[in-house]
Design a protein around this ligand. Structure first.
Ligand code: NAP
Length: 321
């Protein structure tokens, strides 16, 4: 039986990845800030009792090293991060500190305990930022546009450097936006679906949003975690773009959800307070490397994903009320 350690197990990806690894007969250990937290994602998927949760401050290398010495995992999936672009403008230094030092600590702990441990690092399409040529590929220029993106670039190149300098088995999955029912409510797609449902139930008067003429490459989280696992099963470590290959405008997403729930489009209100200091206008990636080398399969259109998400939100809303 393989042993995997997951950081960020309480998040969206952590929950779906845990489910996948358990289905593949792994023993899963989650490193968490607070073992008394509620772990809604793991609970929702019915797997909370199947994992071991250990409190660990990822900013403390002594704690990280001790855990690796004790458990000697086959694989580590590093998903923990301050993951919100918006929050990174409010807390740039905290975002940079956590998203980079935690990665250094994990890699140094691997190097000093067992260099054979394989590491997956959660990199982000936000790293590309000021996009030149589309579609983005693994060799596109990096030009981050937010404190979050800057932190992810630093973490990404820390991984690349340790792989090249010390031969460590480190793979970065450069994931584009991916969504699910378990997405936190501050993120765009979840917010649109949740708040639109509330409008349709007369619990809210409108949907307030920022710049909705930007376009993003959105995908479905339960399928994207499959790629994370595949990355660490390769013979040689490398970095891969994980994306759908198409971009959709935020406006089209809102109108699609509104139409499904019979909401008048005039209830979408632009609020300049939600605008970001800088934003990517349009971004989509090329997933050929992942599809060819990892045999990762993905062919969902994002409007199909929206159908799934709206249905799940409505069904859980009925159960909870
Ligand atoms: P998420 O739902 O926001 O989860 C983030 C996880 O990180 C949570 O488990 C959270 O734990 C943990 N975390 C945050 N700050 C921490 C801290 N200071 N100390 C310890 N743990 C901390 O994120 P996600 O959507 O699952 O994304 C997983 C990873 O992929 C992240 O690194 C994210 O940046 C990256 N990524 C995500 C996307 C996407 O579209 N979802 C795209 C590209 C890359 P708590 O519950 O304790 O807060």
């Amino acid at each position: 039986m393989k042993l995997a350690i997951i950081t960020g197990i309480s998040g969206q990806d952590g929950a779906y990845l845990t489910k996948l690894l358990l289905e593949n007969q792994y023993k899963v250990i989650g490193l968490v800030r607070n073992t008394a937290a509620s772990f809604n994602g793991l609970n929702y998927l019915g797997i909370l009792d199947e994992v071991e949760l250990i409190a660990c401050d990822l900013l403390d290398i002594t704690q990280v090293t001790q855990i690796l010495k004790t458990y000697n995992p086959d694989e580590i999936y590093n998903l923990a991060a301050q993951s919100s672009v918006s929050e990174s403008y409010a807390n740039p230094i905290g975002t940079f500190e956590f998203n980079t030092i935690s990665v250094f600590n994990i890699i140094e702990a691997i190097r000093n305990t067992n260099p054979a441990i394989k590491l997956y690092q959660a990199s982000s399409s936000e790293m590309f930022g000021k996009v030149g040529k589309l579609p983005i590929t693994e060799t596109s220029l990096i030009h981050p546009l937010s404190p979050y993106a800057i932190s992810k670039v630093a973490a990404h190149y820390t991984c690349v450097n340790y792989r090249e300098s010390y031969g460590l088995f480190i793979c970065c999955g450069i994931l584009f936006n991916h969504e699910s029912y378990l997405r936190s409510s501050g993120f765009f797609v979840k917010k649109v679906i949740r708040e639109s449902l509330e409008i349709s139930q007369n619990k809210r008067t409108n949907l307030q949003v920022g710049n909705i003429d930007i376009k993003r490459d959105f995908g479905y989280a339960p399928k994207y975690v499959e790629a994370m696992h595949l990355l660490l099963q390769q013979e040689k470590p490398s970095d891969y773009l994980i994306c759908s290959g198409q971009s959709v405008s935020l406006r089209d997403i809102i109108y699609y959800v509104f139409d499904k729930l019979n909401i008048d489009r005039s209830l979408c209100v632009i609020n300049k307070a939600f605008y970001r200091p800088a934003d990517i206008e349009d971004i989509y990636g090329n997933n050929e490397k992942a599809k060819t080398e990892l045999s990762w399969q993905y062919d969902l259109d994002f409007f199909e994903v929206l159908d799934l998400l709206i249905e799940e939100e409505i069904s859980n809303d009925k159960k909870n009320h």
